[in-house]
Write a protein that binds this ligand. Sequence first.
Ligand code: ATP
Length: 360
Amino acid sequence: MAVSVQLRGVTKRFGETVAVAQVDLKIERGEFFFLLGPSGCGKTTLLRVVAGFYEPEEGEIYFDDRPMHGVPPHRRNTGMVFQNYALWPHMTVYENVEYGLALRKVPPAERKRRVMEALETVQMERYADRTPNQLSGGQQQRVALARAIVIEPDVLLLDEPLSNLDARLRDEMRQELRRIHQQTGLTALYVTHDQREALSLATRMAIMRDGRIAQIGTPREVYTEPTSAFVATFIGDTNLLSGRVLNRDGGGLTVETEVGTVFVSRARNFQVGDRVLLSVRPEALHLAAEKQGRPNEFPARVLGTTYLGSLEEYELAVNDALRVTALLYNPGRTVYAPDQNVFLSFDPADVVPLVWEASD
Ligand code: ATP
């Protein structure tokens, strides 16, 4: 049965290193929750704390209202899926999946039914008699998933499960994971570096930085309403303009930036005089050969273009003061050449004001 997972003030240290710092988090029943962040930010450590492989120095973990303090990993009823599959090489697919049920002393008839059901869920029932070395990477990962779900875990924990697969197989497995999650209704916690995986699968996600949670939200919230430059640049690409607030009125801001005056339709908590960074996504930038008379319109020069099939990416210099990237759909209709002078514009509603921070 799926449970909720709650972390309260969880801190995990390794000597001097604080791998996870004061994390508060509630994952609801049936969520597909992602932990995302740069290498070393503490994602795997947090997953292992939930699994019970590490006891935190501070804080508490609850599965529903059951405290997990002192409960060893094998009594937490979690299913784990790792990057390297971790299948038993000398056992068949069937035996690998059956193993956890045998450990739990499930009667043989029920075992057989559950193993076959789990293999069907991951569409591997035809491979039951093979050994792992007779399977492709994608097939091995399906078996690893069957082995994790067959025990009917309270929480499914996945640590970069797709990172050993090639790009096409990853795409295919992403769809599979979504289907399996919907079918099983499990509470799942998934660690990845891969923002595509997180954006496409997560019900909600936490972006971590230096052991702390920088932001929690649905993929759409995190992408469209980042609360820091760190999150804005980690999830997707963005252009950052630095400036100072000149005026605040009617829920919006006027900001003096390095390229000129920019209107922003959300004010957040910013006040006149504050230093800010303005985030504008590449796909929010419009280009035109002639001046259009739009708000936030600036002369720019095309530095270079990259053809990406359905998209065309432009590198531009704005007012010779700032380099930006624009992403245009349907290239081929209008193509601007390197060195061409153009007008670049963006909607005030597409600008997100962020607390100023020095770039790393
Ligand atoms: P990656 O994406 O590279 O796997 P991560 O976000 O999962 O990184 P963690 O593996 O959780 O990061 O590591 C967080 C921090 O804790 C790092 O500074 C790491 O060096 C440190 N760390 C992790 N495990 C140990 C350990 N067993 N002993 C000492 N330090 C550790």
